[in-house]
Design a protein around this ligand. Sequence first.
Ligand SMILES: NC(=O)c1ccc[n+]([C@@H]2O[C@H](COP(=O)([O-])OP(=O)(O)OC[C@H]3O[C@@H](n4cnc5c(N)ncnc54)[C@H](OP(=O)(O)O)[C@@H]3O)[C@@H](O)[C@H]2O)c1
Length: 262
Amino acid sequence: MLLKDRVAVIYGAGGAVGGAVARAFASEGAELFLTGRSLAPVDVVAKDVASVGGSAVAAEVDALDEHAVDEHLRSVVDSAGRIDISFNAIGIPNPVNRLPLVDLDVEQFSLPIATYTRSYFLTARLAARRMVENRSGVIMTVSSTPSRTGVPFIGGGGPAMAAVEALTRGLSAELAPQGIRVVGLRPQAMPETGRIKGSFELYAKASEMTWEQFNESLAGRTHTRRLSTLEELANMAVFVASDRAGGMTGTTVNLTMGSLDD
Ligand SMILES: NC(=O)c1ccc[n+]([C@@H]2O[C@H](COP(=O)([O-])OP(=O)(O)OC[C@H]3O[C@@H](n4cnc5c(N)ncnc54)[C@H](OP(=O)(O)O)[C@@H]3O)[C@@H](O)[C@H]2O)c1
């Protein structure tokens, strides 16, 4: 088992990405502390993990609230002794609903930038303060293709994702000398998730295409001629969190199926 007895905290664990990563970490032996803004969806994941013999404790934690994140990490260390992995998978709805940048007000534009940078900064900083004591740990982030390519009508979504990747590099430059790796995952869209279904349906309608046609047109831009799956993302998350990826830090794994060149 790649993550046997590793203590992992996941933010946004009730979402599609957080839930898939939680299940994959548990199947590799991790001890999980799952959090989300509301408890109910996180509880579902924790119960799933427990039903197959895994270990997961669910808690309600707003990943934008410094005090709540800090108190939760304190309780994790009290109970498990340390934190080995911090995985932030929060996601907010796109607030701009296909408006062009020239029509956005500054608050609409800034919201995703402020939200993602605040949450990633807080969860990484507060985990790192505990990890340095053991000179060991892995902090993981999630971005998406607009970090590196122009996508119309998503407001501040692209700058927010670019900022997450820049923060991943900056954290690593400071923390890797103290034994803490910081690595991001940049998945291609995963059509099985509610987030992608919802936004693709809007885009498909605006382009006068069916959902299937729109899906195909996006898949056509990848080398594989298909979009990616939660299972592929979760498998990569396990590898990156494990000692097998000991040589990897200060980078974001490109899981865009070839649609973004390195
Ligand atoms: N889905 C994809 O195909 C895809 C592709 C590339 C990148 N990503 C990125 O992956 C991340 C997660 O995506 P997803 O598909 O898993 O989205 P999701 O299913 O909507 O899950 C996001 C989760 O984050 C939670 N959350 C939001 N704000 C929070 C906060 N302040 N504190 C704690 N939890 C909070 C949400 O809770 P509530 O439901 O209570 O709001 C929800 O459970 C996003 O950043 C997204 O951009 C996703």
